[in-house]
Design a protein around this ligand. Structure first.
Ligand SMILES: Cc1ncc(COP(=O)(O)O)c(C=O)c1O
Length: 457
């Protein structure tokens, strides 16, 4: 099985041919889910004692399995947060797989970790954190948020213990009610409370709102200590950026760790004209931005950055007899900075693409998506059967279809997918069902927007 045979040679050609053909498709087919029974019937038994052979397995993938997966890079995939990897990043993903790199430690993956750190350095510079900041590419924004918050709590505990102060009865994280669901999930995993803060009229968490919520929490739950605040730089539902400056001010006064969740939105830091939206991010203790969202890297790739990486290392380093040889004293080992140990060098496809095209190309591609989002908002405003929820701050456009009940939104969404036109799932805003277009694919055009909006008439 590990020998390179003529069969393997054919398989290599087949895999490379499939890959290049898939990358050439314009547009890619949208495709869509099938039932377990359909897939079982069409794919047949694939895992057998004798094996079905590489060519047959690849045929089944190409003809049965891949068409049962929605193409996230389709130009009319506007649901959730899509992903539109560059050809260079996708191709390099193959190289990463072929290179058998252990991306957890400096000793084993120094070259890969160096390149990943170059990519992180660009993000650190965009955010305005000091050069001494550093971090790691993890699987997604969820794991990044959890890892940052674990580091924050560890830091608080260590400081209390060092000062001989008692630990609180309960720990808590302060966050807007509009924060991503992964923040609540991190709190549940960590068994800490959430101090939920209503955003202001524009949907933003502000320093004033944070200060009020902290004061109320101190009165109502005196035994509970907040240790971190999560601000969002680009909410998932509407793309709203919290008032990071005022939140940072209050967080610093209250001696709280400031974590900025820019998993989706912080990519817009690459566009100079939008950078003002993120003023205050430079004061964050940690932030996340996902290259697999709006920075054109394939799944899965989230960049997690710490102002003081040594605080994260203190929280996350794993110690075991068999791991000690990795500790040479000078090493920068990515596994020290999140809740993980073994890791794929998943930042490499992003690094390769950045190196290949240059950062200006990133700025242009993001600007293009912002332009298309603005176009979508202007069309929604102009069409009398639609009602815009708010002007898009970034590249998410949310609106209502006047006169529709919930069920009509869902019927429309299903028909759009089953007809192969597009993938747009409903969301809700303030309890009312709505439509939401997330534009992160530079290949999504004005005419793709027109097609979707026309289908709502
Ligand atoms: C703001 C924000 N934070 C966190 C996440 C979670 O990221 P992931 O799905 O990569 O875990 C998302 C996902 O859309 C997000 O929009």
């Amino acid at each position: 099985m590990h020998e390179w045979t003529e069969e393997t040679e054919k398989l290599a050609a087949g895999v490379l041919q499939y890959t290049t053909e898939r990358l050439h498709l314009r547009p890619v087919p949208l495709d869509g889910p099938r039932t377990p029974a359909q897939l079982a019937a069409e794919a047949g038994a694939t895992v057998t004692a004798a094996g079905i052979g590489g060519s047959e397995a690849l045929r089944i993938f190409a003809e049965v399995l891949a068409p049962a997966c929605i193409s996230i890079d389709h130009p009319r995939y506007f649901s959730f947060i899509p992903c539109a990897p560059t050809p260079a990043s996708t191709l390099f993903d193959l190289v990463v797989g072929a290179s058998s790199i252990y991306g957890g430690s400096w000793m084993e993956g120094a070259g890969a970790v160096h390149a990943e750190n170059e990519a992180l350095a660009w993000l650190i510079e965009l955010a305005g954190l000091p050069e001494s900041a550093g971090g790691v590419f993890v699987q997604g924004g969820t794991l990044a948020n959890l890892s940052a918050l674990v580091a924050a709590r560890h830091h608080d505990r260590s400081r209390r213990q060092a000062a001989g102060r008692a630990l609180p009865e309960r720990y808590a994280i302060a966050a807007s009610t509009e924060a991503h669901s992964s923040v609540g999930s991190a709190a549940a995993v960590m068994d800490v409370d959430i101090i939920g803060i209503e955003p202001d009229r524009d949907g933003r968490l502000t320093g004033e709102g944070l200060a009020r919520a902290l004061a109320r929490s101190a009165l109502e739950s005196p035994g509970r200590a907040p240790f971190a605040v999560v601000a969002t730089a680009g909410t998932t539902n509407l793309g709203i950026v919290d008032d990071l400056s005022s939140v940072a001010e209050v967080a610093k006064t209250a001696d709280l760790w400031l974590h900025v969740d820019g998993a989706y939105g912080a990519a817009a830091l690459a566009v100079p004209a939008r950078r003002h939206l993120f003023a205050g991010i430079e004061r964050a203790d940690s932030f996340v931005v996902d290259p697999h969202k709006w920075l054109f890297a394939p799944f899965d790739c989230a960049a997690l950055v710490y102002r003081q990486p040594e605080l994260a290392k203190a929280a996350h380093s794993q110690h075991a007899a068999y791991l000690e040889p990795l500790r040479t004293g000078q090493e920068w080992s990515p596994s020290d900075y999140a809740v993980h140990l073994t890791r794929r060098a998943r930042g490499l496809p992003f690094w390769f693409s950045l190196a290949c095209y240059g950062t200006d190309a990133y700025c242009e591609a993001i600007e293009r998506t912002l332009e298309v989002a603005q176009y979508a908002a202007s069309r929604v405003r102009a069409l009398d059967y639609l009602e815009l929820i708010c002007d898009p701050v970034l590249s998410i456009v949310a609106f209502y279809r006047r006169g529709w009940e919930d069920a009509e939104y869902y019927r429309w969404s299903e028909a759009l997918l089953s007809s192969g036109v597009g993938f747009v799932v409903p969301t809700s805003h303030r309890g009312r069902t709505a439509i939401r277009l997330a534009v992160v694919n530079p290949r999504s055009s004005e005419s793709d927007i027109d097609t979707v909006l026309a289908s709502l008439a």
